[in-house]
Design a binder for this molecule. Structure first.
Ligand code: URP
Ligand code: ZN
Ligand code: ZN
Ligand code: ZN
Length: 499
């Protein structure tokens, strides 16, 4: 029958461990877990021998069809969520970013109207607050109380466009705290970037390399530190999006070690490539890697960020998928500050984290699940509906084949964009089956996405007292640094699994 599914012979991976179990799904929900289950006749069976059965990925950071810097990102809610599925992601959280003069509620309604009928996987929305005025507080309250939004993003960069100043951040964080919402920040010092950009352009530095030069690591680390301190002073939980550098990651994990309630997200882009790409001779190639904060020229950055994820210095991986084609990137041909900011990642995030983490022997499969799914589900209050393979949870499942390889390329990817920052990278680990709400959306690697199938996820706020509990819980490091011997043993186990 259409509404029943049995996934047999695989290894179930959750954030807290791995066990052998078959998974029985009915009416979109996981009904039973175990061996020798008694299953009704006519149930479709998927053989997952040698495969991992994991909670579907949650990408908490996408920008589909975002109007920004004079361009509109080319992956829309249909193609973006279809590409997400292809890579093993079953839920995304996109950002409502209001246009100039558009109210928060108006912008939210616009996103719902656009996304609801297009999405192939489930989705939720964060809302970006890009100016602070007399209506903002009430609009935020309405979004939380009536529209299932529990997180707001504030920009410390993009001066004169999106940026809030410290007194506004203080107010904003206090409002989040009172609503039980998570405050998110884009952490870079916008005033310094403004100053540096003017200087560089005046000195004749106009190419993509100027992008990184105008906003070096310490400009990011300063803002991360400042956001942590402001949030801590007003007791508001904080989530730092796209942590891109070693010093910013250090600022965040140092704050956590002092007891600040803060979570850090890094990106597939930061783990899978680096800022040496800004020196590339081909302008389009260099501009194709422009995002903010930028990739770092220090080639040790990707592995350092991966190690931060392993030891719980960082908690989440997103994609920040915000894709622009060659003609759109060319808006900045004579001025790096006009290159539309953003890169791909929604399709390849899971593969890149697996390759650089698990396959490289740095991260175990359970921590992989934590940083690609469970932690985002917990932070944005989707857990345990999402982020875990457990009885009663949504049947959002990826059957992951660690023995299969593929080579990432814009020629074969499912995204709309004409460029891929991971071009040519060989990755182990392929999403063979991807199931959303019990429906097989990737079937033996064939995509069977349905326009509009995904649901909008209402996320509830946390009551303030839960934050205190979360805070206590988060103080216990969940991931542990592994010895080389452990990593080797895990790798051999992975290989044995595939025999
Ligand atoms: O370069 C980026 N990150 N583009 C998307 C907007 C943002 O700041 O996340
Ligand atoms: Zn940002
Ligand atoms: Zn090129
Ligand atoms: Zn973003």
């Amino acid at each position: 029958s259409q509404n029943r599914l049995l996934i047999k012979n695989g290894k179930v991976v959750n954030e807290d461990g791995i066990f052998d179990a078959d998974v029985f799904v009915e009416d979109g929900v996981i009904k039973e877990l175990g061996r020798n289950l008694i299953i009704p006749g006519g149930t479709r069976t998927i053989d997952a021998r040698g495969r991992y059965i994991m909670p579907g990925g949650i990408d908490p950071h996408t920008h589909f069809e975002l109007q920004m810097m004079g361009a509109r990102s080319v992956d829309d809610f249909y193609q973006g969520t279809k590409a997400a599925l292809a890579g093993g992601t079953t839920s995304v959280i996109d950002f409502v970013i209001p246009q100039q003069d558009e109210g928060l509620l108006e912008a939210y309604e616009r996103y719902r109207m656009t996304a609801d009928e297009k999405v192939c996987c489930d989705y939720a929305l964060h809302v970006a607050v890009t100016k602070w005025d007399a209506k903002t507080r009430e609009e935020m309250a309405t979004l939380v109380q009536e529209h299932g939004v529990n997180s707001f993003k504030f920009f410390m960069a993009y001066r004169d466009v999106f940026m809030l100043r410290d007194p506004e951040l203080i107010e904003a964080f206090k409002v989040c705290k009172s609503l039980g919402a998570v405050a998110m920040v884009h952490a870079e010092n916008g005033d310094i970037i403004y100053e540096n950009t003017k200087k560089l352009l005046a000195a004749g530095v106009t190419g993509p390399e100027g992008h990184e030069m105008s906003r070096p690591e310490e400009v990011e680390a300063e803002a991360v530190n400042r956001a942590c301190i402001i949030a801590n002073q007003v007791s508001c939980p904080l989530y730092v999006v796209h942590v891109m550098s070693r010093s910013a990651a250090d600022a965040l994990s140092d704050a956590r070690a002092r007891g600040v309630c803060v979570w850090g997200e890094t990106l597939a882009a930061a783990l899978g490539t680096d800022g040496t790409t800004y020196q590339h001779k081909c302008w389009r190639h260099a501009a194709g890697h422009v995002l903010s904060p930028p990739l770092r020229p220090d080639p040790d950055t990707p592995e350092a960020l991966m190690k931060k994820l392993v030891v719980d210095g960082l908690q989440v991986t997103g994609s920040d998928n915000c894709t622009f084609n060659a003609d759109q990137k060319a808006l900045g041909k004579d001025d790096f500050s006009k290159i539309p900011n953003g890169v791909n990642g929604v399709e390849d995030r899971m593969s890149v984290v697996w390759e650089k983490g698990v396959h490289a022997g740095l991260m175990d499969p359970s921590r992989f699940v934590a940083v690609t799914s469970t932690n985002a589900a917990r932070i944005f209050n989707l857990y345990p509906r999402k982020g875990v393979v457990a009885v009663g949870s949504d049947a959002d499942i990826v059957v992951w084949d660690p023995s299969r390889k593929r080579i990432i390329s814009a020629e074969t990817h499912h995204q709309a964009v004409d460029f891929n920052i991971f071009e040519g990278m060989e990755v182990h680990g392929v999403a063979e089956y991807v199931i959303v709400g019990g429906r097989v959306c990737v079937d033996e690697c064939q995509i069977k996405a349905v326009h509009g199938f995904g649901k909008y996820l209402e996320t509830l706020p946390y009551p303030a007292y839960v934050y205190d509990a979360v805070e206590e819980h988060e103080k216990q490091p969940r991931g542990v640094a592994r010895s080389e011997a452990d990593a080797k043993r895990q790798h051999e186990e992975d290989l044995a699994l595939t025999k």
